[in-house]
Write a protein that binds this ligand. Structure first.
Ligand code: PLP
Length: 432
């Protein structure tokens, strides 16, 4: 499979190169040159297939010859060694719980897949001198990347996070790993962290000293494996024989865009709904027709505080930038923090279901969409474990959350982080 840059000013590359580069040299996102349809025999047999078998069929054309079948299957078995429960909240409404991975975030699947691909390519090219993954996090990405890349040969990971602005649990997830994972605590905001990362990527002084790469959702190895969730859901719901609608709480739009790729491959999906917080760039675009990137505003669903979603350009590519076509397949709603809290309380009081703020937005968006529809099965994606957002859960729900053993363990560990104030210090650290 070849990947082209959406800026169309860079040469096509293989999967391997797209993973190693992250972003094309012309700063465009990579996009696969073909989206192959899966045949009927696959969909007929899906109920009898294991998650790993399904994942292999879904991803094999995108990986191409860069990882042989047996190795790819081993990588997938390792990446997908936890559950993806589909919980019926009420008749024909399901929560797809994507938070049962090691860091309790749905980003675990993408981070683990990317890490293992990168580790595989490093092993293959013994002469290659290894890479440093440099990433800024506002909370959830960092933990998933730290855990996913832990102990991966030839990969150093440096994670920047804003001091005092991530939750205690998230900070512990970032700062207690050790080995090839270094946490850098920045005196500043998430935007400051991101600016430092960008500056490092543009800094010529690292040439020949450190190969820097990024691990955010623009990387095809983080983006594409998210297609699996939608196929796993279909496997479970196929027997109901009703149209399926997915509601996806969205920030950078990587997850929902992967769902749209799954649909392009032939997965029967009737419609997508996107739920956002006050950062409503995409719902506004769908309604008014103009895309207006905005600075992000802080909300209680902070993993979706994105004013200019990086993957939206991939959605535009899927629909040939035709907003009429897109509107036929995607509906968007945005919610205030108060509406988000009300949605968490509705799920808890009416159905005894505990959601995190992001999942609650997915649920609220689904309810709004389904209010005028019938004979549909609705699935909202629950993207994080509620324990990670304890500080913003309504009091009654907070008390009901059972803290997982893995979190109890991590809270006891000692935080280790380098504290910095400005880019110069990051540079000195990286050149050490
Ligand atoms: C990253 C994240 C999202 C948003 O996913 P995108 O693919 O960026 O749209 C939603 N919920 C949680 C908990 C996240 O960490």
């Amino acid at each position: 499979m070849q990947y082209y840059s959406l800026n169309k000013q860079a040469p096509n590359v293989s999967f391997k190169e797209a993973v190693i580069k992250g972003l094309a040299p012309d700063k465009g996102l990579y996009f696969p040159s073909e989206i192959l349809k899966l045949d009927n025999t696959f969909f007929d047999a899906i109920s009898e297939m294991s998650n790993v078998e399904i994942a292999f069929k879904v991803i094999e054309s995108y990986v191409g010859n860069d990882i042989p079948e047996q190795d790819l299957k081993e990588i997938l078995a390792d990446v997908l060694n936890f559950d993806f429960p589909l919980v019926e909240v009420k008749k024909d409404v399901f929560a797809l719980e994507l938070y049962h991975g090691p860091t309790l975030a749905f980003k675990d699947v993408g981070a683990r897949f990317m890490a293992r691909c990168l580790g595989y390519f490093n092993n293959q090219d013994a002469q290659q001198e290894g890479v440093t993954v440099l990433v800024a996090t506002s909370g959830d990405t960092g933990g998933a990347v730290a855990s996913g890349f832990y102990n991966v040969p030839g990969v150093e990971v440096v994670i920047l996070y804003p001091s005092g602005k991530v939750s205690d649990i998230q900070e512990k997830q970032l700062t207690t790993m050790g080995k090839n994972i270094t946490a850098i605590e920045v005196e500043g905001t998430f935007d400051d962290c991101q600016a430092m990362v960008k500056q490092a990527f543009l800094d010529g002084d690292f040439k020949g000293k450190r190969n820097l790469t990024s691990a955010n959702s623009i990387n095809v190895a983080r983006w594409l494996p998210q297609m699996f969730y939608y196929f796993f859901t279909y496997k479970t719901l196929k027997h109901i024989n009703k149209d399926i609608v997915f509601s996806v709480p969205s920030g950078n739009y990587g997850n929902i865009c992967a769902g749209m790729m799954a649909q392009k491959m032939g997965l029967p999906v009737k419609h997508f709904v996107t739920g956002t917080n006050a950062n409503n760039t995409v719902p506004h675009y769908l309604e008014a027709g103009d895309y207006v990137a905005k600075p992000s505003v802080a909300t209680i669903s902070n993993a979706m505080d994105v004013g200019d979603p990086s993957n939206f350009i991939r959605i535009q590519e899927i629909y040939n930038r035709d907003i009429a076509k897109l509107r036929l397949n995607l509906t968007g709603y945005s919610f205030t923090d108060n509406e988000t809290r009300a949605s968490m309380l509705a799920l808890f009081n009416e159905y005894d279901y505990i959601s995190d703020p992001h999942g609650a937005i997915g649920y609220a968006a689904l309810v709004k969409y389904l209010s005028t529809k019938k004979d549909i099965v609705g699935v909202f994606l629950e993207t994080a474990h509620p324990v990670k957002f304890l500080d913003v859960l309504p009091e009654a729900i907070k008390e009901a959350v059972i803290i997982p053993e893995s979190i109890l363990q991590i809270i006891k560990k000692e935080k280790k982080a380098e504290r910095i104030f400005e880019y110069r210090e990051l540079k000195t650290f990286l050149l050490k």
